[in-house]
Ligand binder design. Structure first.
Ligand SMILES: Nc1nc2c(ncn2[C@@H]2O[C@H](COP(=O)(O)OP(=O)(O)OP(=O)(O)O)[C@@H](O)[C@H]2O)c(=O)[nH]1
Length: 295
C-alpha cells in the first residue's frame, strides 16, 4: 500500500475533525505537533493554532536526517521565541527521541508541581499528538512508547479510532483521530509536499513539478546543484532550462537527439528525496514583521 497522500482526497470538511479535536483538547495537558523539518510551514494544518488556543504547545521537527541542520536551527529558534517547546527528531535512527519525555516534564513543570502539592504524584500527564498525514506520527509514537506496533489504519485519509498510548506511568499520548489536512488550496504548499514525496506524483505533472523544484534548489543551494549536475546556466535561467541542462549533462537523450526532460525530472525528484544532492530545507520562517515595525 502506498502511504502517501493523494491530493484529490481533500475532503473540504474539516469541521468534524475540528469539533472532535476541540472536545479532545479538554482531556489533555498539552498539544504536541509533528512537522517535516524540510517543510516546517507547509507540513502544518493551517487551522492548528486556532484549534489549540492557549494549550501549552510542543513542536517536533521530525525527519531532521533529511533536512538542512542550519535551517533546522533557525526553525527551532523561531518557535522557541513564540514560547513553544521544540524537540528535533529522526524517528528512523531514534535521534532526539530520548529528549521528548524530559522536555514534556519541563514544559509542564508547574502542573506537575500542582499535582505534587495535592498529593497526586501518580497522576499522568496527557498529550495530544497531531500532524498532517505521512508526517511520521505513528513512527514517532511507536519510538516514544518503545513499541513495534502496527498502526490501526495505514491509509492516509482514513479516520482511526481514538487511541491512548502509554509511554510510562506518568505520561499518556492521545493519537488524534481524524485527518488534519495541510493547506492544499495553496498551490505552492501542494508542490512542496509533493517534492518531499508526501503527495503522490501521479496527481501532478512530474516535469512541471521538477522545473519548480530545480528553480527553488538553484536559488537556495546553488553550489550543491552545480556540483551534482555540472550546471553553469545563464543568470536568468528558468527551472526548465536547469532541468534541460542537467539532462544534457547526464546524457538523457531521446531518439531524435532531444533531451529527455521527463526522465531528468524523475531523477531530480528522486535525488532530492534521497538527499543525494544534499540535505535541503525548502522554506524559512516568516519575517518577524512586528519586530521590524518596532525597530
Ligand atoms: N527519514 C525519515 N523517515 C521517517 C522519519 N519519521 C518517519 N519516517 C517515515 O515516514 C513514513 C511515514 O511515517 P508514518 O509514521 O506512517 O506517518 P503518519 O504521520 O503516521 O502517517 P498517517 O498514518 O498517514 O497519518 C514512514 O515510511 C516512516 O518510516 C524520520 O525521522 N526520518
Amino acid at each position: 500500500m502506498d502511504e502517501r497522500m493523494n491530493i484529490q482526497w481533500y475532503p473540504g470538511h474539516m469541521t468534524k475533525t475540528r469539533r472532535n479535536m476541540e472536545a479532545d483538547l479538554k482531556l489533555v495537558d498539552a498539544v504536541c505537533e509533528i512537522v517535516d523539518a524540510r517543510i516546517p510551514f507547509s507540513s502544518r494544518n493551517p487551522d492548528i493554532d486556532a484549534i489549540c488556543g492557549q494549550k501549552p504547545r510542543m513542536m517536533i521537527l521530525n525527519r531532521i536526517d533529511l533536512a538542512d541542520p542550519a535551517a533546522t536551527d533557525v526553525w527551532q529558534n523561531y518557535w522557541q521565541a513564540q514560547g513553544m517547546t521544540v524537540v528535533r527528531t529522526d524517528c528512523k535512527s531514534r535521534r532526539g527521541i530520548d529528549r521528548f519525555v524530559p522536555a514534556v516534564r519541563s514544559m509542564l513543570a508547574e502542573k506537575l508541581q500542582r499535582y505534587a502539592d495535592k498529593g497526586q504524584t501518580g497522576r499522568a500527564l496527557k498529550l495530544m499528538i497531531v500532524g498532517i498525514p505521512n508526517v511520521g506520527k505513528s513512527t514517532f509514537i511507536n519510538q516514544i512508547a518503545g513499541r513495534k506496533g502496527a498502526k490501526a489504519e495505514n491509509r492516509p485519509g482514513v479516520t482511526r479510532g481514538k487511541q491512548w498510548v502509554t509511554v510510562d506511568s506518568g505520561l499518556l499520548l492521545l493519537d488524534t483521530p481524524g485527518i488534519l489536512w495541510p493547506k492544499f488550496d495553496d498551490e505552492e504548499v501542494g508542490r512542496r509536499l509533493a517534492y518531499t514525496g508526501a503527495v503522490k506524483d501521479d496527481v501532478l505533472d512530474v516535469e512541471t513539478l521538477a522545473c519548480h523544484l530545480a528553480a527553488m534548489l538553484w536559488a537556495r543551494y546553488p553550489e550543491a546543484m552545480r556540483a551534482r549536475y555540472k550546471l553553469d546556466p545563464p543568470e536568468d535561467a528558468s527551472g526548465y532550462d536547469l532541468l534541460t541542462e542537467a539532462g544534457r549533462r547526464r546524457g538523457f537523450l531521446l531518439a531524435r537527439g532531444e533531451i529527455d526532460t521527463e526522465r531528468m525530472a524523475r531523477v531530480l525528484l528522486e535525488e532530492y528525496r534521497s538527499c543525494k544532492i544534499g540535505r535541503f530545507t525548502l522554506e524559512d520562517p516568516p519575517e518577524r514583521t512586528e519586530a521590524c515595525a518596532t525597530n
